[in-house]
Design a binder for this molecule. Sequence first.
Ligand SMILES: Nc1ncnc2c1ncn2[C@@H]1O[C@H](COP(=O)(O)OP(=O)(O)O)[C@@H](O)[C@H]1O
Ligand SMILES: [Mg+2]
Length: 217
Amino acid sequence: MAGMTLLKKGAEAELYVLHWMGRPSVLKRRVRKAYRNPDLDAYVRSARTSNEAKLLSEARRLGVPTPLVYLVDKRNCEITMSYIASPPLKRLIPEMREEAIVETFKRVGEMVALLHKGGIVHGDLTTSNIISYGGLLYFIDFGLGERTSDLEPRGVDLHLMRRALESSHHEVSGIAYASFLKGYSHSMGSTSKDVVARAESIRRRGRYVEVGQRRDA
Ligand SMILES: Nc1ncnc2c1ncn2[C@@H]1O[C@H](COP(=O)(O)OP(=O)(O)O)[C@@H](O)[C@H]1O
Ligand SMILES: [Mg+2]
């Protein structure tokens, strides 16, 4: 397509900014992975593309801001969606004051509760996959998301957010995660206790594996 500017080249996908029907848009294309069997590769890329497109729209119906999906091309593993003109939260956090971090992560928690209550888990919940724009928090990158109300994948969402905060934003990870949990628990209601406990146990399991690996090394 003419007028495409590379936005980001990730491990799985290339993202371009372009104009679609005159609107600033993002094209996300899942690229071939040489290490996968070609048939499996085509299947995985196509399945994640349609999964992502569906969940972007479903999340939006639940009241969680997401880019509008304009076009899905399963064959070429491409999604064309509206462009949210702001960098991801990950890039903004270093510039944010503590009060803004507290407020933002409380709202992130509320949004994740909306997803969970609506029967969706994100599957890759990190600060790279949330964009703050126009007073709203947009959630993106739903390729690993699922429709489920199970405790385990909900716990994984919380765990991944905590891990992302600890690895990329260590100085503020404590207040950010506490605010996130506050927003999440408040919106989620009584079931949040079980999800938070499950996230804790996933963290302990993770630690255990890490210790095990170190011993083997
Ligand atoms: N609709 C969009 N509007 C603006 N930026 C976007 C949009 N979609 C993705 N991005 C940017 O591109 C990055 C990678 O996109 P993402 O869907 O998360 O793919 P990946 O699977 O490579 O992580 C995001 O972190 C974000 O900065
Ligand atoms: Mg991403």
